[in-house]
Design a binder for this molecule. Structure first.
Ligand SMILES: O=C(O)CCC(=O)C(=O)O
Length: 326
């Protein structure tokens, strides 16, 4: 479908906010260029808005290790990326506007920047259990603990016949958290709770709320109304261990698939966690050496972000609660 037609349908879906029609979704828009080149002003606003800027800022977050990977190593695009999708209140299973259950190799923060329809009737004072009226929320998230991944995989294997992916069934032999083919309904969550001892953290996302997802946490999202979300990936020092484990998991899965001739397409380690770690350590060593020589901050490390060629770090807190002008 041409993008123009998608936006017309998106607008129509918004006018009947949460109403019927096909649940279409546009991911990673615009596709042809990086968000920051395409929308430099929005990029700056987004960075200034981001809560936890030390971790989350894509170019100059001091605790974000993603920009340490040099451009010549072809770092993955950390975003921001947009998710623009329709939505509806009632849970209908396959055919809803969803991002199915999966986990990511890096940390991410996802901000709800637009939601169609009337705003919430009352001010938000904190997280609220989702209710049938949804009160202006744009999306509902289910997030699981990393510790529950094996139990989740067991559940997904045992119940594989209850899921559909497009027109096909779900492959029970693959890793369901990597394959992203299953969307849990209320009934699945109840079984998970009662029979597998696994509880999702289920919460609504309202306009301008940011959801932080540590690397490796299984999660799924369902849109309740037409929404535009902007998300950026980052790598907190605490998550490097996870990135390395995830890479080892991809390797094991690829080897097993090859041995068994499963025909599944191997997923690559796009993040290159080991390379990030090595380049961050080299950069730290350079900084220390320069400091010992009395030169202050080392220059010209040539990183994808804050090093040579990257924009100068900006002052400003970008703290949680900051809001861009409407
Ligand atoms: O907003 C969405 O649809 C979900 C995005 C998401 O799950 C992700 O970025 O991993």
């Amino acid at each position: 479908m041409p993008v123009g037609r998608f936006f017309e349908a998106f607008k129509r879906n918004g006018e009947g906010a949460g109403g019927g029609g096909p649940m279409l979704k546009l991911k990673d828009f615009p596709p042809e260029r990086e968000f920051r080149e395409h929308f430099p002003r929005y990029f700056q606003d987004f960075c200034e808005f981001l809560p936890c800027p030390l971790h989350a800022r894509p170019l100059d977050g001091a605790l974000n290790m993603h920009p340490f990977l040099p451009r010549r190593m072809n770092p993955p695009d950390a975003g921001p990326k947009t998710y623009i999708a329709m939505g509806r209140h009632r849970e209908g299973g396959e055919g809803d506007s969803v991002t199915k259950l999966h986990m990511d190799i890096s940390d991410a923060v996802n901000v709800l920047a637009y939601v169609a329809g009337p705003p919430a009737a009352r001010a938000r004072t904190g997280p609220r259990a989702p209710g049938p009226d949804w009160d202006g929320a744009g999306a509902v998230w289910d997030v699981f603990r990393r510790e529950d991944r094996d139990a989740l995989r067991r559940f997904l294997r045992d119940h594989a016949s209850e899921f559909r992916h497009g027109r096909a069934g779900v492959d029970p032999t693959g890793d369901a958290l990597l394959n992203q083919q299953c969307m849990l309904t209320e009934a699945h969550r109840r079984t998970l709770r009662e029979e597998y001892g696994v509880e999702a953290w289920t919460f609504e996302q309202h306009l301008w709320e940011a959801v932080f997802l540590p690397a490796g946490t299984p999660h799924q999202v369902r849109n309740l109304r037409p929404c535009l979300k902007v998300a950026v990936d980052f790598v907190a020092p605490e998550s490097v261990r996870h990135a390395l484990d995830h890479c080892a998991l991809l390797r094991d899965v690829a080897l097993r698939d090859r041995r068994e001739g499963s025909g599944r397409h191997a997923q690559e380690d796009k993040l290159q966690g080991e390379a990030i770690l090595i380049h961050a350590a080299m950069r730290a060593a350079e900084e220390v050496a320069a400091w010992r020589r009395g030169e202050g901050r080392a220059r010209g490390a040539g990183t994808a972000g804050g090093g040579a060629g990257g924009p100068a770090p900006r002052a400003g807190p970008g703290a949680a609660g900051a809001r861009p002008a409407p």
